[in-house]
Design a protein around this ligand. Sequence first.
Ligand SMILES: *Cc1c(COP(=O)(O)O)cnc(C)c1O
Length: 372
Amino acid sequence: MAIVSDGVVRMANLAIVSSHAVNGVAELHTQILKERIFANFHELFPERLTSVTNGVTQRRFMLKANPGLAELLCDAVGRDWITDLERLAEIEPFADDAAFRESWRTIKAANKERLTAVVRDEACVAVDPAAMFDVQVKRIHEYKRQLLNGLRVADLYLTLRDDPDMDIVPRTVLFGGKAAPTYWTAKTIIHLINVLGARINADPLVNEKLRVAFLPNFRVSQAELIFPGSDLSEQISTAGYEASGTGNMKFALNGALTIGTLDGANVEIAEAVGAENIFIFGMTAEQVAEHKRRGYDPRTWVNASPRLSRVLDFIEGGSLTPEEPTLFRQTVDDLLSYDRFMVLADFDAYVAAQDVVDAAYRDTESGPAARS
Ligand SMILES: *Cc1c(COP(=O)(O)O)cnc(C)c1O
């Protein structure tokens, strides 16, 4: 609990001691702070750690960013949701209104057209607005696991190469996010996504079913165009690491469904939308902690999954960057020797959850009642 020890200032300890309240920003993260990270402080100051889940403003991320949807909602239930988000619950009965659903889809299609132009202008990639827009936008960090998404895109590419006639929903996988200037591993992940995208987009055997784009310079003004045009929200951090997340909320408010782990505010989103309206996969924060206690062996997962093994061989093989074939060797070596964020352990569950997403996307009409 020392503020200064081993020659360093412990900033979090300093912050707790000098504050009258410390927010855990989501229920799960607050619980982790109280039970693990700051258990001693919680014992000493039992009132200090509080839990007020993060939020985003619907004025920017719905009213301004998605005027089409905002108008539909206002026509249906009035304007009160603009200053009182809880009032959005009043649209629930409209799930049974076929005309409302049709208007909803028309608005989403227009927002996807708008996003298609952004992807063309900013990433120089042509995408089809009729494809599912599967989107991960956030700072690049190992715990957020853009690499897990990259591995699954590579797996889909290899699978499609083997069977180009496979019956899947065409997908456009969009990435966006900045990395800190000295964060070499993160920069390498951006590089990997870009070369993977270049390979896939140029391959006529697969590019009608799969396209990949990395949007440079992810920022709020660009985000305002991305969230309304997204179908699937990727929130796939290693459970226990994402304090809350707010991107998850912006997507959800614009009608994108979430594929994600039980982490941060995803847990509360899952409670709010119901288990049948979210695609949850992978280890829980408890299971992640248990693996860390017992000693996590990444090779176990590779040995158990021929699919995973094939993807790692492909990435490591060097064919994505013939001018520098060893570029991703370190990335794969790190996964095989440490895999600090347990990407490999969640890979098979993630791929399986994406198949469930596929089936749900085809089913445009049935709501939770019809599905259960
Ligand atoms: C919302 C937002 C974030 C945070 O996204 P997370 O998914 O919560 O990490 C980061 N950058 C921009 C530009 C955003 O709009």
